[in-house]
Design a protein around this ligand. Structure first.
Ligand code: ACM
Ligand code: ZN
Length: 526
């Protein structure tokens, strides 16, 4: 080979190299990804062929391609086929990219959506000057856990519907399948209830909000009215939007505690009957629901409206942090303890939750409760969300109840993500860096293998006392949510160092989504 030929050869191959330096990262990591030779170029909208059941995924694909603004505006010879393969498990998918054809096989709509999400990450990472260049490959993938959740507290601060949708987009991208919408709090009632308008007229607004951190004394308040609520129409829109992206929405209606906003709207359903205000402060409050029959009628009416709005299997009824002060001093509550032969107020809480569970089960739904619902006896069909560490989860699993792990040390995204908090926005406290979440294992070592099946998954919680804006929520959630997605989806997670590189490579996607993510990983790299 003479020199010229060698140079031409070299130029040719270096050109190929830059052309074909595809990024094949997908988060969360698929089970199997086989890179083949050849590639596919997409310069304009591929033809889309989809089995009827998989139309949602096809629509998402069409919208995603439109967003990328391809070079040409007419159809190519390329095509994408969404096809049913009933041999695959629920949520499983096979994605094949093969020069001029992409196929996504799945047995369900949600499987097809996951296939689309993987493809969409590849499309976005490999889009340049109006052209998508994808490496030929085959991906076979399915989730490790059937419950993959993210929560958002809209009681302490609330966010526009457009942000709720954006949050859902983020969840969908990372293959989460449950959005836990924490809709009622001491500081605000955020869901429209037609039968009880005062919940919205009174309970959705507070007169004032604490300035700074709870531990800053003396407390100062902004003396500014704050609040709002999501109308039935908006809730239906969010539920539909989530459903089209393979995400179930779980409403949380807190009881018997964290109900000061409701008690301020209808003081007759508290123990004292006294008018209290919607809480301007964070914390745990003694104004909880009274256990008399009238309160159950009220809560059952609310549940009647809630089940009409949320088609999913679960209603979360809270159960956490309910001080028993008022119950101890309340004649009505003490009468219920006597009438039902209960030992104490903990058993009264169990009675409360079990009675509501029975009603909710009669509507064809299951309850989820925070791990305090174990105290005084667990309601027979309840799923337990273990947040005060893992002991509640262990106990519930041993009682053959389903468990969702959300231990606060690793799954609370309201904690600081950096040690040096001076340069961070104000947070509640704690320190939960991305690496800690990445290394979290939802199945506790001490749980007998025969009981592993009761741990149905894990969830990240986003309590928003200190998150006044949606940009702040984004900062707390991204990119830590990437780590949690690996925990709940991936069966073979890469090393943390490899994961870190993948996340940094994925930042351009977050930029395109206009997400205000934290840059701690980049700083670690420096
Ligand atoms: C909780 O963090 N109170 C569930
Ligand atoms: Zn009472």
């Amino acid at each position: 080979m003479n020199t010229l030929k060698i140079i031409v050869f070299f130029i040719f191959f270096s050109h190929i190299n830059t052309l074909f330096s595809q990024k094949n990262n997908i988060i969360p990591t698929p089970i199997e990804q086989t890179i083949n030779s050849g590639h596919m170029e997409i310069e304009n909208s591929p033809e889309i062929i989809a089995d009827f059941e998989l139309n949602s995924a096809a629509t998402l694909f069409k919208d995603a391609v439109k967003k990328l603004e391809l070079a040409y505006d007419k159809q190519t010879k390329n095509r994408i086929i969404f096809s049913l393969n009933k041999k695959l498990n629920n949520e499983e998918y096979i994605l094949k990219i093969n020069s001029d054809e992409i196929t996504i096989q799945s047995s369900t709509k949600n499987g097809a959506i996951h296939g689309f999400q993987s493809l969409n990450q590849l499309m976005n990472l490999n889009f340049n000057s109006g052209v998508i260049k994808l490496q030929n490959q085959v991906i076979k993938d399915s989730p490790r856990f059937k419950y993959r959740g993210m929560h958002l507290d809209v009681g302490r601060h609330m966010y526009p519907v457009d942000f709720i949708k954006k949050y859902i987009d983020g969840l969908a991208m990372l293959k989460f399948n449950n959005f836990h919408w924490h809709l009622t709090e001491d500081q605000g009632w955020r869901i429209e209830i037609e039968k009880y308008p005062e919940l919205n007229n009174v309970g959705s607004f507070r007169d004032s909000t604490l300035i700074g951190h709870y531990t800053d004394k003396p407390w100062q308040f902004d003396k500014t009215k704050y609040g709002g609520f999501y109308t039935n129409k908006e809730i239906k829109e969010v539920v539909r939007y989530a459903e089209e992206r393979g995400i179930n929405v779980i409403p949380e209606i807190e009881m018997p505690g964290h109900s000061q906003a409701a008690v301020s709207s209808y003081p007759e359903f508290g123990c004292t009957g006294e008018q209290v205000g919607v809480a301007p402060l964070w914390g745990v409050f003694k104004e909880i629901y009274c256990s008399k029959n009238e309160t159950f009628d009220f809560l059952e009416d609310i549940i009647d409206e809630v089940v009409e709005l949320f088609p999913g299997k679960y209603i979360h009824i809270g159960g956490d942090e309910a001080p028993k002060t008022n119950w101890k001093a309340c004649g009505n509550c003490q009468d219920v303890i006597k009438r039902e032969g209960l030992k104490d107020e903990h058993e009264l809480q169990s009675y409360f939750i079990t009675r509501m569970e029975k009603y909710i089960n009669s509507k064809g739904k299951q309850i989820i409760g925070w791990d305090e619902i174990l105290e005084g006896g667990l309601a027979p069909n309840a799923t337990v969300m273990s947040w005060r560490g893992i002991s509640g989860g262990l106990e519930a699993a041993k009682m053959n109840h389903e468990v969702i792990m959300t231990p606060n040390a690793t799954c609370y995204l309201d904690h600081y993500q950096a040690k040096d908090t001076k340069n961070e926005p104000l947070a509640i406290g704690g320190y939960t860096p991305i690496e800690e979440i990445y290394n979290y294992e939802p199945i506790p070592d001490e749980l007998d293998e025969s009981l592993h099946k009761y741990i149905i998954g894990a969830q990240g919680n986003v309590w928003t006392e200190y998150m006044k804006t949606s940009k702040h929520v984004e900062y707390m959630v991204f990119p830590r949510i990437f780590a949690l997605s690996e925990v709940v989806w991936a069966k073979n997670k890469p090393s943390f160092e490899d994961f870190e590189k993948k996340v940094i490579d994925t930042y351009p996607i977050l930029d395109k989504m206009d997400i205000n993510y934290s840059k701690h990983l980049e700083r670690l790299e420096e």
